[in-house]
Design a protein around this ligand. Structure first.
Ligand code: ASP
Ligand code: MG
Length: 455
């Protein structure tokens, strides 16, 4: 059970976490206790990054002041949740950790340099502190929990700020250290995001890395399910800023989640749950403010139940580039030449369609578009059209049910479509249209597939 920064933002949020864990553990009675992974309290990592920046600019006192403020915030939360000697021990530990860091930043500031290893030591403080508080709060409320130092479990390479886990070594440590707590009937409480090299030097997995930690620990321990507790109900059938009443997606496949993330669905980055998917462990997204909501389940296969689409996505403000050349006819090497131009100007393309003598692509980064066009003009006629948008329908069911595509096109009968493309995976179909049409297109599609009665 992984709880993100907003789910452990303050004492009230931590109380919700305790209630959620307690209830769930009681419900699967007899089973192993859950493993709890927490992020830093919300905004703490941002502040620690800021501390590092100030340190690098030799502003040691300002950096130390942020750490003092953070210590105060943590002690405030701890004091609301924990009492007596347990509180004394916890506050002494937090004070010692933050004071040591303050001494470090003053020293680093004098050197006017903060190495990646130092930045990691600094950023790790957020998860170390939040996990210690949560563990103590659990015990205060009678839940048999044990704090586990993730740096002793998650073994990584030495690539600071973006460390890569050593799954074999981590599995060994997780089974030994975390496994011992579970066997003793204790709820292990661990910080996400942080690890250490085999030599014990603190590392982090990169910003937002706590989901990744949860997937890694889940895979190493062979858990039944990984839960990502956040502040939204799950994945929605469409962006609520575009579609008037999107609904929750109950279940989707890992690949569908990847397609949606590519189009900006922000809930969870699918690459972070790869260790779970590789081990066939379902990942559930849940809302810690509304734990009764079923959430969204991500599995390797998804529903694939012969039903409707899974979700819609769109990307606005893209530019279509049309490249036409009679030289393309029967010529090899043409596409390579064409895409080399995009590569040279470091511009990714999204949708690609081709006919005998023309290729159309969409780009959303138009910073180098003038250079791209003038280089393409060396061997082709080129025109561009700005203010376009991509609408994407996503669903494993598109593979098995050809009527879904027909229904989508029918729903869009009033909208001029500029490009249409179905990828080899056949789990999504992309429509390119004028940006001014995208809101009506998305709502027409949404009515067709998610609110209209499915015949
Ligand atoms: N605390 C880290 C961050 O804010 C990791 C996480 O929350 O996932 O990036
Ligand atoms: Mg986060």
């Amino acid at each position: 059970m992984k709880f993100g920064g907003t789910s452990v933002a303050d004492a009230e949020a931590m109380n919700r976490v305790i209630a959620i864990v307690r209830k769930q553990w009681a419900e699967d009675a007899g089973d192993r206790p859950p493993v709890v992974v927490v992020s830093a309290m919300s905004k703490v990592t941002d502040r620690l990054v800021e501390t590092g920046r100030l340190t690098g600019e030799r502003l040691g006192e300002q950096a130390a002041q942020i750490l003092a403020d953070l210590l105060e915030r943590h002690i405030g939360v701890a004091s609301t949740l924990v009492e007596g000697t347990a509180l004394g021990d916890l506050n002494a530990q937090l004070t010692a950790d933050f004071s040591a860091l303050q001494a470090d930043v003053r020293r680093w500031a004098e050197q006017g340099e903060i190495t990646p290893a130092a930045a990691d030591a600094l950023q790790a403080m957020g998860e170390l502190a939040s996990s210690r508080i949560v563990a103590a709060a659990f015990r205060q409320q009678g839940v048999n929990a044990a704090w586990v130092d993730s740096r002793q479990v998650l073994v990584t390479d030495g690539e600071h700020l973006a460390a890569i886990p050593d799954m074999e070594a981590t599995t060994e440590r997780a089974r030994a250290i975390v496994g011992a707590k579970l066997a003793a009937g204790q709820v292990p409480v661990m910080g996400g995001f942080i690890g250490a090299t085999a030599h014990g030097v603190t590392t982090t997995l990169g910003r937002g890395g706590s989901d990744y930690s949860a997937a890694i620990f889940g895979a190493c321990l062979g858990v039944d399910e990984i839960q990502i507790w956040t502040d939204v109900d799950g994945m929605l059938t469409a962006d609520p800023r575009v579609v008037s009443s999107p609904v929750l997606v109950p279940e989707l496949s890992f690949n569908e989640a990847s397609e949606l993330a590519y189009f900006g669905a922000k809930v969870l980055h699918p690459s972070t749950i790869l260790p779970a998917v590789a081990n066939n462990i379902p990942v559930r997204i849940l809302n810690s403010r509304r734990p009764e909501v079923k959430g969204t389940m991500i599995t390797a296969e998804g529903r694939g139940d012969g039903g409707t689409l899974t979700a819609l996505a769109c990307k606005r403000g893209v530019t279509v580039v049309d490249i036409t050349s009679s030289r393309m006819l029967m010529a090899f090497g043409f596409l390579r030449r064409l895409f080399e131009v995009f590569e040279r100007f470091r511009t990714p393309v999204d949708v690609v369609t081709t006919s005998e003598v023309s290729v159309s692509v969409t780009v959303d980064n138009t910073r180098r578009i003038d250079d791209i066009v003038s280089n393409l003009r060396n061997f082709a006629e080129v025109s561009t059209e700005p203010d376009m948008a991509i609408v994407c329908i996503v669903g494993e069911n598109l593979r098995s049910d050809p009527t879904l595509f027909c229904r989508a096109v029918n729903a869009l009968e009033t909208i001029p479509l500029r490009l249409v493309s179905q990828a080899g995976s056949r789990r999504n179909i992309t429509f390119v249209m004028r940006d001014s049409d995208v809101v009506s297109a998305m709502n027409l599609l949404h009515d067709q597939f998610f609110t209209a009665k499915v015949s």
